[in-house]
Design a protein around this ligand. Sequence first.
Ligand SMILES: Nc1ncnc2c1ncn2[C@@H]1O[C@H](COP(=O)(O)OP(=O)(O)OP(=O)(O)O)[C@@H](O)[C@H]1O
Length: 301
Amino acid sequence: MIEVREVTKRYGVKTAVDRLSFTAKPGQVTGFLGPNGAGKSTTMRMIIGLDRPTAGTVTVNGRRYREHAAPLREIGALLEARSVHPGRSARSHLLGLARTHGIPRARVDEVLELAGLTAVAGKRAGAFSLGMGQRLGIAAALLGDPAVVMLDEPVNGLDPEGVLWVRGLLAGLAAEGRTVLLSSHLMAETALIADHLVVVGRGRLLADTSVQDLINSAGTGVRVGSDEADRLRGLLARPGVRVASSADGELDVTGMDAREIGAIASAHGVPLYQLATRTASLEDAFMDLTRDSVEYGSVPA
Ligand SMILES: Nc1ncnc2c1ncn2[C@@H]1O[C@H](COP(=O)(O)OP(=O)(O)OP(=O)(O)O)[C@@H](O)[C@H]1O
């Protein structure tokens, strides 16, 4: 279990994490989401003692990271996949880690096998592709057979087979009763992997909820296509109805269902060429939730 309680982290005048509290529980995959600069990496660094909170506490299995005698056996983390000496082989990298924790040699071979790296175990890590580097990082995280696994962008650089492997692996770890915390920018992927979500923006908690509840909160919308879109927009205007336009002749309507829109269009003789109900995706819900927290937004092309 990971418990983050009222944690604040300041770097000079910059508040990277602002009174953040959440719990990643055993037996489930918790997705940790937020726009760039939201404070995810800072929080993850504090969880494994690489950074100290300015205020608040972070514990892993009831203790601060540095209070654990053999931390690799408590929490396995993948934060920076490239934190491997490029001249060392995958096996010697893992053996080095294992030695510091009294982990038997056989376990190194086990995790190499689990990560699909047995055939390249003797190869220099510096010659690894991004995906192989990710696999090595994940193998290292699992080395101590920890009850808590924390992975930052684990599918980054993996091919479709690798993505499937990570998905199955994380589901398996959670099914064994382990705590899994996963950060990602890939919404569709996170919706498939995670059971629970913690969403942050500008260092603050925006949502601590199940994947389904967050998607439901974004509601459904209706995409309407008409050559008289501007006139229709005026006809649909009423309290609680939001009309946005993504392309010429197209309206995205929330707060009114397709049947009602069709009836209004028909009553006023507005021809429609499209009337489709769209179920929100996790991406829609995320954009809704974080709209006001995006620090490094881009200008629409
Ligand atoms: N060592 C540091 N010194 C100063 N500011 C920092 C430091 N580390 C992080 N920050 C700032 O704190 C904020 C949070 O950064 P962090 O890397 O935790 O965000 P993130 O959610 O992981 O972002 P991304 O999705 O881009 O990885 C950012 O504004 C960042 O610039």
